[in-house]
Design a protein around this ligand. Sequence first.
Ligand code: SAH
Length: 454
Amino acid sequence: MKPKEKIKLHIISTAQDGRGVARHDGLVVFVSGTLEGETVLAEIYTVHKTYATAGTIKVLEKSPYRAEPFCPVQEMCGGCPMAHIIYEKQLEIKKQTVSDALTRLGKFEPESFRLADTCGMETPFRYRNKMVFPVGEEREKVAGGFYAPRSHRLIALSDCAAGEKAASAALGCVTAFMNREKIAPYDEKTGKGSIRRVFVRTGYHSRELMIVISSATERIPKIDALADDLLAQDYGEYQLKSIILNINRKPNNLVLGDKNVTVWGSDTIKDTLMGLSFTISPHSFFQVNPMQTEVLYRKALELAGINQDTTVLDIYCGIGTISLCAAKQAKHVIGVEIVEKAISDAKENAKKNGMENAEFFCGAAEDVVPKLIEEKIKPDVVIIDPPRKGSDEKTLAAILTAKPERIVYVSCNPATLARDARVLADGGYRLECATPVDMFPNTEHVECVAKFTV
Ligand code: SAH
């Protein structure tokens, strides 16, 4: 097998990331854009020691699980790697991913815990409230869109179905302005040009819109004319509230630089989540799928079984969204988070929503949680929502010392959930149930909430 070779492959299974799996020349071949049961004409991309990667040129025999394309560029774009699979099957694959992690990596007997079906969306499109579109040149014109998988090759698009139409409308308006005024996009290779990205936030409940233009230069020529264009644009139900210039002069890949200049309107937009109101700035961490976040949080709170006598410890609390939802029902909530700005936002959000029973501590969980538990708190319920790498020995050991009645683990990575669940189980807790929640339809990502009891 060599790169660029074209071969016929039969797909024997579907991998967790949505790629089809075939065998050829003694190697496993991961083929994008296909799934179990299909026969395809594939083009080999790369060949490694134990596996190869390939793309689908033509589907020769179709799976009944193949979905009709919903986007003209879905085969080229890296944004939706599961778009070729019907939604019900995506949800099944995600449940299987969680099941495999807990049984194989976590060594839990399949009969020993309840695994619910994945909670999916009714309409698995237009779910993102934050879109980040890189801009670049395509056939000598400025265009915006997404990158091809594992590359920085721009795939231009006029309307991305993962986000609101208003977000794509903002992108179209900026690229039209750049073409008209001959403003060059930033070029990663030469460091020349100005505009890097168009970053759009939409408030799902508030219908407020924020447009952030990320630039490699301090100034953009005719920025006032750009603001006029953006103000004249039709965003459907959305109302433009904020236009911000974000400056990132460094040759890095960060979505945003540190400096924001408000060009028009407000510095922030508002939105509500579970009936609580939140102020969102360009840099704020805010869950990107507002509908499914409520599904996830409701499940987490139901499993937490909180009442007016409960003290809750919310570890990895971000801007305090779960903490504040819990505080509505609990006696007292303590949130811990490493990002200082997130903690100041959490305190601000608590104040704005009139919550007096939530307090927040800034620091690494592994340092703060053992101290809090040793010195001053006795949580009845611990909620933990760590980043993809999961929690750590010190934090988990401290939780075990605190002996809460229930632990609710919200996870965005089944592998680290399984690893940490094993630590909790070896420490005397029983994994009672796990519910996968689909926060990112058409992608391989799966969120999961698990409950442990003594
Ligand atoms: N519960 C929040 C955020 C979850 S994301 C929500 O639902 O919105 C995970 C959070 O963990 C991020 O805010 C990240 O900044 C924080 N984090 C990462 N490493 C950490 C650590 N070692 N200690 C404490 N917080 C950490």
